[in-house]
Design a protein around this ligand. Sequence first.
Ligand code: AVJ
Length: 323
Amino acid sequence: KIGELEIVNYLHKKGIDTARQEIIEGLTTSPKYISPKYFYDQAGSELFEAITKLDEYYPTRCEMEILSTLVNQLDISLYDLDIIELGSGDSSKIKTLIGPIPPHILSTINYYPVDISQSAITKSIEDIIQLHNFNSITGIVTDFLHSFDYMPRRRHRLFCFLGSTIGNLSTVEAKDFMQKIGEVMDGGDALLLGADMVKDITVLERAYNDDKGVTAAFNKNILKVVNRHVDASFEISDFEHWAFYNKDEQRIEMHLKAQKDINVQLRAANQVIRLKKGETIHSENSHKFTVNQLEALGHNGGMQIKKVFSDDKGWFSLAYYIK
Ligand code: AVJ
C-alpha cells in the first residue's frame, strides 16, 4: 500500500523576487556576500552529495553512524507520529533514522519533508516511497525559516533539523529559529538537532579543502546560480575557493576570492559591481558547537536537552530536545 502523497509549494509566488532582491543586496554591500541557500540548484545539490562521500568530509558519515541506531533510544511513541524534517535535502538521513522501525509502526507515521528545492523534494519522495511504507508523505517546498505556518498540528510530532544546517545561521538567526520552533512545539513534541562540534582545526579545515576540489567546485557553482537569478556576468575562472576556520567566531568561512580586478554586470539591477584583486565574496558560515551551546540554544525555545548522542570521536552530535 502506498500512502497519500502530496507536494505543496509555498515558494514559487513570492520566492523569485525575494531571491533576486536578496542577492543584489548582498553583492552591492561591503563586504560582499551570497546566502548559502543558493548553493543548492541541481548541480549544487549533486556536488554537495559528492562532498558527503569525500574522505575529508566527516560530518555526514559521523551523523549517519549516530542516526542508524538512534530511533529506539528516543523516548517518544512512534505510533501515529508526525515526522517533520526541516531542510530534508536528499532522503538519506531520514531513511537511516527510520531503518529500525518495523513496517506495522511505520505505516502509522506521517512524514513531512520541508525543503527549499522542489526538485530535491520530488526526488527524495520518489526514492523513499519505493522502500518505505509511511502512512502519508507530504512534501513542503519552502524556506525552512518560514515553514512554521505550514506545520501539521493534530498529532504528536518529531521535528528533525539534521546535517548541521543550523551551522549556516548566524548566532542571532539560530536563536530566533530555536525560539520559533519552541513556540510551535507542544508538550509531547520533540526536536532532533544535528550539530557539528568544535574540534581540531586541521580536521575542520581539511573537510572544506578537499584534495579533489569538490568543495571548490561547490563553492564556485553558486556564481552560476547567481548569474541566472540576477542575469549577472560572473566568470567562475576569475575566482578562487577560500575556506578557513575562524576561531573567534567558531566557524568555517567559505569565500570566493577575486583573482584580478573585475567588473560584473548585474543586469537585473541595471548595475555594474567592481571587485578588486583579492576581494572576497562571503558565501557560507558553518558554525561549530559545544554541548553547552546546544543546551543554551534549547533554552531559547523553552526546551530541555533530554540527551546528546555523539559518534565515537565526538565530532558530531544529535541533540534531543523536549518541551
Ligand atoms: C550542509 C551546511 C552542513 O556546512 O558543512 C559542505 C555545507 N559547505 N561543504 C556544511 C558545506 C561546504 C554543509 N552544510
